[in-house]
Design a protein around this ligand. Sequence first.
Ligand code: DX5
Ligand code: ZN
Length: 217
Amino acid sequence: MKIAPSILAADLADLATAVKHCENGGAQLIHVDVMDGHFVPNLTFGPPVIADLAKRSRVGFDIHLMVSNPDVLLDSYLDTQPTWVSFHHEATTEPVRLAETIRGSGAGAGVAVNPGTALDEVLPYLEHLDFVVLMSVQPGFAGQAFQPHVLDKARRLHAEIAARGLSTAIEMDGGIKPGNLDEVAAAGADVAVVGSGVFAAKRPVEALVALRRQANE
Ligand code: DX5
Ligand code: ZN
């Protein structure tokens, strides 16, 4: 299982250092939480910030769009040439069209589902997705408590992907720490997003290396 550090939990006055920490800790993906102050009660990074950070990063970005109008904003984030982009199932009535737009740009297309959203809502268009983000916290802030009921969702999604012979990846996002990392991996997650578990540590690089070792990345 891969670890994708979430820079939302880093020192937001020094994001270039946060990216360096991710690189030095061996991350293969950097999770970038975009929030619009409407879909979630927080406001974070716009395309200019992400574009400049991407220029300084050897590691690809996994942009998580927590925005109410992904269809309007998507292209400006795709222009930063991320590796992955996810938008929220709850924020659109045209998930397949958005996924195709993302794939057409060369990035991997993902849909994020809140803890309270039923998996059945995403299964009908699973084959259009490169990954599914199972939110294990309510989106909006780093540092929240993990919601263990989402592990059942991961197990069911993993079984569904296998039954259909798909290669859709499962990313779990929120509240993941060394104490629940093994359960997240056992439930079938391919990527675990970790924010405060990396950046609240005294030595973020060492915390990231330890998490990657525990995840057998
Ligand atoms: C929450 C974000 C998560 C969060 C992860 O809305 O999507 O990526 O930053 O941070 P932790 O690991 O501290 O929950
Ligand atoms: Zn996220």
